[in-house]
Design a protein around this ligand. Structure first.
Ligand SMILES: Cc1ncc(C[n+]2csc(CCOP(=O)(O)OP(=O)(O)O)c2C)c(N)n1
Ligand SMILES: [Mg+2]
Length: 410
């Protein structure tokens, strides 16, 4: 009849490999090919610049609200870089960079945030779920997909992302419990960015770490420096390997920071200090990774400038392609389609009211309609064949109109 400590058979580790000065613990350095390191760097930079451009478009009234990723590039990309194409990504609303890494077209991301459901289309053959807006719900989808994979005996894994706030939702606990009991190949990646809109991490949970919640569900948990892409990659790699080998789920807490607004509808100055943001700016995931790559002689300041310029051009083309598509789609009332075979009277009334407020579109001649339909077919075929079709299209557009007027959108 003792009273003694129970051995829970697991501890919670903290993993950091690359610090903000660009110094590295060589014993922990993950084995990554140079190409992968450079691809990750480019994707992080693209994620940052695309985010800035979206903010600019939103502030200019051209796009609706969205959730910026600034500061969280390493947490997302270090983790998805461990997935294979056949695996599943189950994102929340703040995984722009991860979704692009997994093949989502940036133009479609812009379209979705401009209110067009066409933007939600996930290219064929890509196993990404649409972004979940209800906080934490996607964790259950990932547990379920993991169960499906196991049931079918496939060698796939599923990775889901969510925030610190989501750990207070029942869904999160049900998902971890289910994944633990049924040993599903699910990797739960929490981006603890310290804020759930205006609620600080300290008010989210009294637990010292979020990672330790894994213990309650009998699954491995680890806390990593989420601004250190190498640490995130190393932890995710282990988790993916375990899942693929039938050893079940893992919970990874990435400690990071939301350097920007919660969404464009938020003013963080009302609840957090500038000093706090400045402290985290010094821990920026991109600058420390660049220091590391420079030390490894994989990147120079000159090359960074070149990549920046390529990204700028790429984003310009994407925005142009998006503006063209947006013009084509404007005036559609498709939000009323897809739920009811026959619209109930109150929706018919709303649809008519909505239509009456739309600007009149001049009726197009038959030839123009046929031409458009043919172009759409071509675009779809190109989309299925990969990104090349779009690039060609955008290249041609850029040549026609070399001056993309960024300032006009400020
Ligand atoms: C179930 C539910 N409740 C409330 C909201 C409103 N809401 C949107 S984001 C958010 C905070 C989420 O915080 P966190 O999980 O930390 O993710 P982050 O936004 O920091 O990425 C809230 C409360 C929602 N979308 N869904
Ligand atoms: Mg958060």
């Amino acid at each position: 009849m003792p009273r003694e400590k129970i051995d829970l058979e697991q501890d919670i580790e903290y993993l950091s490999i690359l610090n903000e000065k660009g110094e590295i613990d060589e014993d922990l350095e993950p084995d990554m090919k140079d190409d992968l390191l450079l691809d990750l760097h480019r994707a992080m930079l693209f994620g940052r610049r695309f985010d800035e451009r979206m903010l600019n478009l939103q502030r200019g009234g051209k796009m609706g609200t969205f959730a910026p990723i600034k500061g969280q590039e390493a947490a997302q990309l270090g983790a998805v870089a461990c997935l294979e194409d056949k695996d599943w990504l189950v994102p929340s609303f703040r995984e722009t960079a991860a979704e692009i890494w997994r093949g989502k077209r940036p133009k479609n991301i812009l379209l979705a945030y401009a209110g067009f459901s066409e933007g939600g289309v996930i290219p064929k053959g890509i196993n990404n779920l649409p972004a979940a807006i209800p906080v934490g719900t996607q964790t259950l989808h990932a547990a379920g997909i993991g169960y499906g994979i196991k049931f079918k005996g496939k060698k796939q894994v599923v990775m889901t992302f969510f925030g610190d706030g989501a750990t207070s939702e029942g869904d999160f606990h049900e998902a971890l419990n289910f994944a633990g009991v049924f040993n599903t190949p699910t990797i739960f990646v929490c981006q603890n960015n310290h804020w759930a809109i205006s609620i600080n991490r300290s008010r989210q949970s009294k637990s010292k770490t979020l990672a330790q919640k894994a213990i309650a569900y009998g699954i491995p948990g680890i806390q990593v420096d989420g601004n250190d892409v190498l640490a995130v990659y190393a932890a995710a790699k282990e988790a993916v390997e375990r899942a693929r080998n039938g050893e079940g789920p893992t919970f990874i807490e990435c400690v990071t920071y939301r350097m920007s607004v919660h969404t464009t509808a938020d003013d963080p100055k009302r609840y957090r200090s500038d000093e706090e943001v400045e402290k985290w700016e010094k821990r920026d995931p991109i600058s420390r990774f660049q220091k590391y790559l420079k030390r490894k002689d994989l990147l120079s300041d000159e090359e960074i400038k070149e990549i920046e310029s390529e990204i700028k051009d790429e984003i310009k083309k994407i925005v142009k392609g998006w503006e063209k598509k947006k013009k084509e789609l404007e005036g559609r009332v498709e939000m009323f389609e897809g739920t009811f075979a026959e619209l109930p009277a109150y929706l018919v009334e709303q649809k008519e009211e909505f239509e009456s407020e739309l600007p009149e579109k001049p009726e197009k001649p038959e030839d123009a309609k046929k031409q458009e339909a043919a172009e759409e077919d071509e675009e779809e075929a190109a989309e299925e064949a990969g990104e090349e079709g779009d690039d060609e299209d955008e290249k041609a557009e850029a040549e026609e109109e070399p001056e993309a007027d960024e300032e006009s959108e400020e």
